[in-house]
Design a protein around this ligand. Structure first.
Ligand code: PGA
Length: 248
C-alpha cells in the first residue's frame, strides 16, 4: 500500500556537469525500479539535472526551500523558483541544517507548510543525536520533532518523513534494521495519536544513515521502513542503483 521511495541526497557535491553525467549514467541502471526514485541536488545543479532526468523515471528534488513567497531573503530560494525548474520533492530539516544553519522545529514547520501549499512534496527529516539516544531521550526528541514539525499539516500522505539517527549519518554506523524498524514504528504511533491513525498507516517513512547497497535489502524488508534517504552512496551511479534495486 505504501510505495517505497529511495532518494539520493547529494548534499554539497557535484557541479552541474558532474550532476548531469551522474544522472545520465544512472538512468539505464534504474529504469525498471519498482520504487519511486528521487535525486535531491544542490540548487546550482537543478537546471542541468532537470534536463537530464527528462523522459526518465528519476524525479528531481531540492535540499531546502524558504517559507516566504518572495522578498528580501538574500541567499534563499522560493518554492515557485523550484517548481519553475521541475522540482517535485524538497528535503526539509536535514540534521546538518539543524546543526549548522539554525534550523528549528518551527522553521521546519513553516517550510513544510509552504512546500505543501505550493505542491512540492516535502521529505521532512527527523532524528536523535548520539547523546540523546544514550541518555534515553530518543522518543521524546522524535515526538517533539514530529508533532512540532508537522503541526497544521492537513494531509500527511502528501509528504515523506525521513528518520535519520544523527549518529548514523556519514559515519558508516547504521542503525540495525530492528532498531530502525522499531523507531519508525514509534514515529507512526506518534502520528496516529497526534494526527490520525489512517494517515499514520499511509505516510511513507524512510530510513537514512549509512544506507547502501549491502544493507538496503535488509532494511527495506522491515515492515515499517518505506524507503531510504541516501547520502554517500548516492554520489556514484552504480552504488545508488544498487540501493534502488534492493529487491533484485
Ligand atoms: P549518509 O547520509 O547516507 O551519507 O549517511 C544520509 C543523509 O544525511 O541523508
Amino acid at each position: 500500500m505504501r510505495k517505497p521511495i529511495i532518494a539520493g541526497n547529494w548534499k554539497m557535491n557535484k557541479t552541474p556537469a558532474e550532476g548531469a553525467a551522474l544522472v545520465n549514467e544512472l538512468k539505464p541502471l534504474v529504469q525498471d525500479a519498482e520504487c519511486d526514485v528521487v535525486v535531491c541536488v544542490p540548487a546550482t545543479d537543478i537546471y542541468a539535472v532537470s534536463e537530464a532526468v527528462k523522459g526518465s523515471n528519476i524525479h528531481l528534488g531540492a535540499q531546502n526551500v524558504h517559507f516566504a513567497e518572495s522578498g528580501a531573503y538574500t541567499g534563499e530560494i522560493s518554492a515557485d523558483m523550484l517548481l519553475a525548474l521541475g522540482v517535485e520533492y524538497v528535503i526539509i530539516g536535514h540534521s546538518e541544517r539543524r546543526q549548522y544553519f539554525g534550523e528549528t522545529d518551527e522553521t521546519v514547520n513553516k517550510r513544510t507548510l509552504t512546500a505543501l501549499n505550493k505542491g512540492l512534496i516535502p521529505i521532512v527529516c527527523i532524528g536523535e543525536t548520539l547523546e540523546e539516544r544514550e541518555t534515553g531521550k530518543t522518543e521524546e526528541v522524535l515526538r517533539r520533532q514530529t508533532v512540532e514539525g508537522l503541526k497544521g499539516v492537513e494531509d500527511l500522505t502528501k509528504l515523506v518523513i525521513a528518520y535519520e539517527p544523527v549518529w548514523a549519518i556519514g559515519t558508516g554506523r547504521t542503525a540495525t534494521s530492528e532498531q530502525a524498524n522499531e523507531t519508525i514504528g514509534f514515529i507512526r504511533k506518534v502520528i496516529a495519536e497526534t494526527f490520525c491513525p489512517k494517515c499514520a498507516a499511509a505516510v511513507r517513512i524512510q530510513y537514512g544513515g549509512s544506507m547502501k547497497g549491502s544493507n538496503a535489502k535488509e532494511l527495506m524488508a522491515q515492515e515499517e521502513i518505506d524507503g531510504g534517504l541516501i547520502g554517500g552512496a548516492s554520489l556514484k551511479a552504480p552504488d545508488f542503483a544498487q540501493v534502488v534495486n534492493y529487491n533484485k
